[in-house]
Design a protein around this ligand. Sequence first.
Ligand SMILES: [Zn+2]
Length: 373
Amino acid sequence: MLSREELKEIAKMRGEGAYFVSLYLNVNPMTNVKNNYVIHVKNMLKDAAEKLDKAVMKKITGDLEKIDSYILTNKRGLKKGLAILSSREKKFWKEFHLSVPLKNEIIVDNTPYIKPLMDILDNYQRYAILLVGKESARLFLVHLGEIEEYTEVHSDDVPGKHKKGGWFSLSEKSYERHTDYHVSLHLKDVIKQLDSFLSGEYVGRLIIGGSEEAFGKVKAMLPQTVADKIIGTFQAEMFANIKEILDKVEPILKASEEKKEAETVEDLLTKAMKNENAVLGIENVLNAIQEGRVMRVVMLKDYNQSGLSCSKCENLTIQDLTSCPYCKGDMQKANYIVDLLSQKAVEQGALVEVVSQNKKLLESGSIGAFLRF
Ligand SMILES: [Zn+2]
């Protein structure tokens, strides 16, 4: 999962004579029939090779070969977007599988290129979940429908006495002496670390769980800045597994997302009605994309539409045309207009927002867009 801390570490890396290859690739099966991203990668690598200085090319040949063979052999586990950062000279390889579309690009530089990943962190809401008990605490992060636990493994020097703890669980000693004093010391520590985690990662929403007792204590001690971020609470045992926790927080996440989505749709409808750089309906969105005006597409989750795509300029339409109004190219049948549209929007630097359900958006054509101009 993406974290700001990790990206910050990656951003600090310098080639010092070595080079980094950063590849961003749309691997969405809907817009890549017959895995044609494999061909895209081949072409992108070839293009890069032609443009680059021979000396640089020599340094990154190994990276390009590794990427090429990775793409060929790792067809499973792919989501919508794939990002690979590689520097063989620096012995560095990192891949990110993302459930959002990415703009195809390959960058060769003496630093890794991470802007698209930073943008995903900024544009898609993340949630922190704190599970707190009297002696330990666990912290989870939810982003793009995935949950991950942030743990720390404490092992002390005593042979045979290795204790795998939670995120910042206490040492054995304080575990034995759980007096109120120690409990509140522990909670203080938890809160301090939670606070710095939330601000360091720019996470704006928090869900707290645990026993009623621990939760009550924590709540009373929270600084206002953290308390303001709480969007829900739940009860769970400290040893609950990740799936149980996700099940418990699901309704809270859903309610929060729906609220945010409803606000977005309301904003879109108002702006479209006033003719303030917003449009509704598939045809209007397609036209705006063709004109390069789209800033943010908003669509219903299960919305799909078939239509036509120009074989020359890739203009998309749902009208029954035989030749393209822009370039007179032949129009071909396209079954997944909405996926193709999303990809084009992303290629233009626009954001695609999927709304799980919304009656007003459904009644307005299931899709709309905020425009740049
Ligand atoms: Zn055309």
